[in-house]
Design a protein. Sequence first.
Length: 580
Amino acid sequence: MSTNNYTVAYHLLRRLKEFGLDKVFQVPGDYVQEFMTTLDNFDGIDAVGDVTELGAGYAAEGYARYKGIGAVSVQYGVGTFSVLNAIAGAYVERNPVVVISASPSAENRVDIEETGVLFHHSTGDYSADKKVFENVTVASEILADAQSAPAIIDNALQLAMSEKRPIYLEAWQNVWGAECPRPKGELVIPPLATNPAMMASLLEQVISRLKAANNPVVLLGIELARLGLQEQVVTLLSKLNIPYTTTTLAKSVISETHNVSKELFVGTYAGEASWQDTFDFVSRCDCILALGAIFTDDYLTMLKTQGNDLVRVNMNAARVGECEQFNGINLAQFIDELNSYLESHPLQLNSQLPTIHNLYLTEGPDSNAKITYDNFFSVYQKQLQTCETVRDYNLVLGESSSLYMAARLTGLAENRFVSDAAWGSLGHETGCSLGTGLADDKRSVVVAGDGGFMMMCQSLSSISHYNLNTVVFVMNNQVYAIEQSFVDICAFTPAADFAPFDKLHHWNYASLASAYRVNYLKVEKVSDLDEVFSAIKQHPASPYLVEVKIAEKDLAPAIQDLAEAITGTKVSDCTCQKTM
């Protein structure tokens, strides 16, 4: 593009390309057509059309997990509000996604002022979209003037990349295609501001607590992946030589097969949904160094019972024990400084690596047995242990019973476990896999609950259209099992029944696969699942929809453990009365 035709849309795309982005997910709209036209003609970034705005948002968020930034372009009002859920998840889980939209033009706004006309897709408040997105972004901007737009865009992008969170950019319809000043040079992302005194005090307290601990452990969180700190963390673990665990969201943040990490890994800690040995070990620890972790209510037991033993160091803040808080903290700098200290002052810490009994590693299930949550993941664990190809799959989970079961797996390569375990949106996984499939050359394997899959099944259309080799396992039990377990776990006893609102419609998955032009397979027993793995390995370029027929009353063990702990009701104590 010539210097004389440097537009606002071109400027944004130029900046996104600087950050390594090569895909923008979109659903078209007339307001945003100037941006879309520029995108179509822009060298180095492709438009990826999806069939729903929410799916496009999930895809952009999944893409950002591997590329470091994502972008989604949608129509004003009807599109932006539809994509909001995905952006809220990106905000909570620190994932920079740029939302691109457009609203009525300068000329339109004259008509609005003079006649009171309500333009299509608007609420009547023409800043409503901006106001909504202010709650789930670090910058929510309306570009009303082409001359000032580049500076506003650059400032918003700096915030997105430094804080690892989404931004919202809405231009008046006439602005995206308008010429603007060309800034000089590439955009520099400034480091987060630090307070040297706070950093020094935090380091001193962490070292003191580690030295005094009888059973220390390191808990790794997702911010380490967002900041690309895996190598520094592996170095830290080798110097400390104490056990480590991860949150569910951060599972596989470092390789579970690396020599150092494999020896020190005690399993993923997911509260009461963890393996019992993992839960018991972490519960006994008297110093928990949590690096970059996001604590949801899955970790409420730890926060309530071990708050004084917990040191939380996050991207820009820290907390030692239950009370003492530190601002002006830089997580990356803290890890570097701790590594430097340990280099010159090696610590001989008290640590005892526990034996974690992983039931998935015991003798495999009977090949003729009906498939259950338990033996499904037992077979998956066997595949991880014996097949490097499967270890390299991107395993994508959503909010379902399978998420907590999959968190018990071991042996995943670095960054191969993808979930929205903090935000927990049903349907995320299938939409997300479109983005992971286009961002990373490894195959994406989705394990979805049927309720969540029903919300986002249209993403299969885009997966097929873009010739991705994604495999989607749908755990078909025709109920919202995870929801029912927390509402009334007694519904899983033989004589009880599920609440009407937790029962799902019957779908013909074979016909659905045909409609979306993907291959279909069905699993009813363990041997079927073995055959599925053989088939997908033999056809590495083909997409699949795999229906896994699960019994309605099959309560996933990890969900049972978690639900019983949270609700205080055990299945074994349930009476035989019918649930209403």
